[in-house]
Write a protein that binds this ligand. Sequence first.
Ligand code: HEM
Length: 316
Amino acid sequence: MNSKTENLIESLKKKYSNSGEDLNVHLEGLLHSKPITYWDYIQLESLLGIQNPRTKHPDEMVFIVYHQTTELIFKMILWEIDQIAVRKDLNATFFAEKLTRISRYFDLLSNSFEIMNEGMLVEQFMKFRTTLTPSSGFQSAQYRLIEFASTELINLIDIRFRKTINRNTPFEHAYEHLYWQAAGKNHNTGAKSTMLIEFQEKYMDDFITFMKYYHKTNLWTRFKSLPLEIQNELELRNAMRHYDHTVNVKWVMFHYKTAGKYLKSSTKVRATGGSNWQKYMHPKYQKRIFFPDLWSLKEQNQWGIDNLKDYNILTK
Ligand code: HEM
């Protein structure tokens, strides 16, 4: 037996004796275990078995898989953000590298959104969408979690109520005034739509827990906790701006354009979730910005107006 093997066995002995287990039993287990395969490792059969269209229109399959793919990417984004949130010796390189990776995920989502826009037959979409009412991508909880994890809560509050809310406002109260409540509330009566009520019943408690968790560890708060000279590093500032723009303008505009293609075909067509979608979805109205301090006033005023153009990269 070579010394590397001996060392490994010695380490394994230690590992198992620490937890009162017998190494020999584990070694014998290795003799009997099946080789791992690609399909078992990534649970391919389960993954490919969770698409259940509600109609016979073939494009509905594409619609489902594309939503599922987006949710998997959202999961990776949340995974990366949490690495920044819990990092003890956070530095500019680690922060910028992770942010760039997160942006790549959102770039991928933005650049692939055309799959929903081009190639899907409007008449098929208009048929299968009726079976989805009153659900909507609006009910994507991970999308909301990405927002909570990215910025201070105040930046997610509906612009009309920002003055009435501060860091001491109870989370439950802030929740009621998040910008996205507007998509599901009657403007005059405040009555909530089925889409919003269902969403709230399923996720509100989790959202409040998450809001509390990210209150002090969201991307912006972590950025502000860094020494000033690190905050001023161009690579990091540009990575923050790129992320902000990709999430809040680029992706949103591809989404808006797609909604326009299907829902604008008749002024009478309502979104499946029931929102006044033109006003709700266009970034120029809500001006959702995760890191407003990193944008000049002029840039903020232009938010969503020079929509598909690249954001301006800061230079020295
Ligand atoms: C044909 C494709 C699509 C159309 C026509 C469409 C339409 C809409 C509309 C009209 C809304 C506003 C809320 C409402 O339903 O009343 C919305 C919200 C939303 N959709 Fe889609 N959508 C499409 C694809 C997608 C995809 C692929 C995703 C990926 C998960 C997605 C995620 C979302 C999210 C996260 C929201 C909330 C956005 C916000 O609050 O600003 N949508 N969608």
